[in-house]
Design a protein around this ligand. Structure first.
Ligand code: FE2
Length: 303
């Protein structure tokens, strides 16, 4: 894919690691203008007053245009792509500046869901060498297996936004990615008799979601299979379900189509959560490791 002219204030190119990921780079002076225009939208304002989140998105559109919104939403919905890496074009963003940036993007795509882990529309959290969490989310030493997000909540999670806010002493920890259409055994698992049977999902205490839900691992959209899956939270109720899930996990983790990418601080990755799986490589141990990430997940605007 060739770069789109930067007259609009951004360029779009094929990511070097995957033809399915569009890498969008914003023009630094225009992005700085966005930061300047939204400087009064502090963290509390965005958390407490929902309409201000849309105001931030509106400022973003005023600078970069509706073409960028269409580029993003069409790209994330498109089964062939479904992924964007966004670079702000400037270095050393403060965490509040990052929040304005990712809030603008999420509200161009649709509406973020309430995140029970933090009690607002986003979750910002640190990954450090020492981990006392009850899930792999903050476990730096462990390979974070491939999964979709929000499997344990009874709501639609069309997209997932992952924003690297900052990091120090980080070696390793790259994002692992797999598009379902590149997964060799996708169709075999998708037509299995257990693929459409509701399975039990439970979240650990840190997620603040008390009710288990039942949902099938696979559903179909435009005649293509989509997945709801994470090994930690699906709870098989019998041996057949367990063997099916174990085989699926083994197949995903051994797929030769899985690849790693690195994000610079300030950059964010946005994925279609129905057909992209993501995970994380383990970090090389460093007692001073400190990475701050922000996630949002949500629904598309209705067309
Ligand atoms: Fe995740």
């Amino acid at each position: 894919m060739s770069a789109i002219t930067d007259e609009l204030g951004y360029t779009v190119e094929e990511h070097v690691k995957s033809k399915r990921i569009k890498e969008l780079c914003l023009q630094a002076d225009k992005f700085q203008k966005f930061l300047d225009l939204t400087i009064s939208f502090d963290r509390h304002a965005l958390e407490f007053i929902p309409f201000k989140r849309f105001e931030v998105a509106r400022h973003f559109i005023d600078i970069f245009g509706f073409e960028l919104q269409a580029e993003l939403t069409n790209g994330i919905r498109n089964r062939h792509f479904g992924a964007f890496l966004l670079n702000p074009g400037v270095d050393c963003l403060a965490s509040d500046e990052c929040l304005r940036f990712n809030t603008a993007i999420s509200h161009l795509l649709g509406l973020p869901n309430f995140d029970a882990m933090t009690g607002t529309y986003y979750a910002e959290f640190a990954v450090q060498a020492e981990n006392k969490s009850d899930s792999y989310l903050r476990d730096a030493a462990r390979m974070f297996t491939l999964h979709t997000d929000g499997s344990y909540v009874d709501e639609i999670n069309d997209w997932i936004l992952m924003h690297k806010i900052s990091e120090q002493h980080a070696c390793g920890g790259e994002s692992r990615l797999l598009h379902m259409d590149d997964w060799e055994a996708c169709d075999d698992f998708a037509v299995h008799p257990l693929a459409g049977i509701p399975m039990r999902f439970e979240a650990p205490p840190s997620k603040n979601v008390n009710e288990a839900i039942y949902a099938p691992l696979f559903h179909w959209h435009d005649d293509r299979p989509c997945l709801r899956y994470i090994d930690q939270f699906v709870v098989p109720q019998n041996m057949d379900e367990a063997m099916y899930v174990a085989a699926l996990s083994e197949s995903l983790e051994s797929s030769t189509a899985c690849f790693n990418i690195s994000l610079q601080p300030g950059s964010m990755l946005v994925l279609n959560n129905h057909f992209w799986l993501h995970g994380r490589m383990p970090f090389v141990h460093d007692p001073h490791l400190h990475r701050v990430l922000l996630r949002q997940r949500g629904r598309f605007h209705n067309l």
